[in-house]
Write a protein of this length. Structure first.
Lengths: 192, 90
């Protein structure tokens, strides 16, 4: 696994349990939207050139009208490419890491907003999952909300796959961590 | 009182706002590239994506250049109050 940037300073005996990204289907849905946007001018051009050929010739006569249309269309297509790339970066740079010690959430929101949230397992109070919508139900992805003790911000894993299994595993990890550390504390107090 | 005016604007003037918008969008691409190189751990997917992002952008800009270079950008639109109908951009 390529974890250098995410887990740059691992704790002693820290092992990665889950390395999560958003479900691939969420990006597929975004791609379909962009493909539809790509198709709109093509469909429009086909309809006009087929059913209104005199209109087509009026606009595409090699003059200023054609120039302006082509400038606008090229801006439109380049903008779609740019926003598609931004969506990919947004998708690819959202990473959630669950180790046997902590939870690391890294979220890229647009071009100028990046969130790095780290939460120790001892702070985990409650873990809930939410599967909302037809596709989420079919493809088994959804949000996992990790509620924390105190004033710390809740951690949310967005649109991750296998929500129920991961939800269960995080609860188990937090319980295991508490058991291990409680027994260690008791042992240490007995020694002293 | 209106004074007589008669002036022309070459087609290439439209390339100025076009260039500004394309430049802004290209800056967005550069920022995306920066995010990818700076924050993504260099996995094969990230390397492939970086290549695709650069290659795709260059290809798209080249296609636009190819289509737009076929126009005669030195042609002019004329504006005149002596013959208002001389303005025939459309």
């Amino acid at each position: 696994m390529w974890l250098g940037r995410v887990l740059s300073t691992p704790l002693p005996n820290e092992n990665v349990v889950f390395y999560l990204r958003r479900h691939w289907f969420t990006f597929f849905l975004e791609t379909v939207h962009y493909l539809l946007l790509l198709a709109i001018p093509l469909v429009f051009a086909w309809v006009v050139s087929t059913y209104l050929p005199e209109r087509w010739l009026f606009f595409f006569d090699g003059g200023l009208k054609e120039i302006l249309i082509k400038l606008v269309v090229s801006i439109y297509y380049f903008a779609i490419w740019v926003f598609f790339c931004t969506s990919w970066i947004d998708f690819y740079l959202d990473v959630w890491l669950v180790t046997n010690e902590r939870i690391i959430a890294i979220e890229q929101r647009g071009l100028f907003n990046r969130i790095h949230n780290e939460l120790h397992l001892s702070r985990v109070e409650d873990v809930t999952c939410e599967v909302k919508g037809v596709f989420a139900t079919l493809f088994n992805y959804g949000d996992i909300i990790i509620q924390t003790a105190g004033m710390e911000q809740n951690s949310i894993f967005r649109e991750v796959p296998n929500v129920y299994k991961i939800n269960e595993q995080i609860i188990k990890l937090a319980d295991t961590w508490r058991k291990n550390n409680t027994s260690n504390t008791i042992r240490q107090s007995h020694k002293s | 009182m209106l004074t007589d005016f008669n002036f022309t604007i070459p087609y290439w003037v439209f390339l100025i706002p076009y260039g500004i918008i394309m430049l802004l969008l290209t800056i967005f691409i550069v920022i995306n590239l920066f995010h990818l190189l700076h924050y993504a751990f260099m996995s094969p997917v990230a390397i492939f994506t970086t290549f695709l992002l650069i290659a795709g952008t260059v290809f798209i800009l080249f296609v636009f250049y190819y289509f737009l270079s076929s126009f005669d950008w030195q042609r002019e639109i004329s504006f005149s109050n002596s013959n208002i109908n001389s303005f025939y951009p459309f």
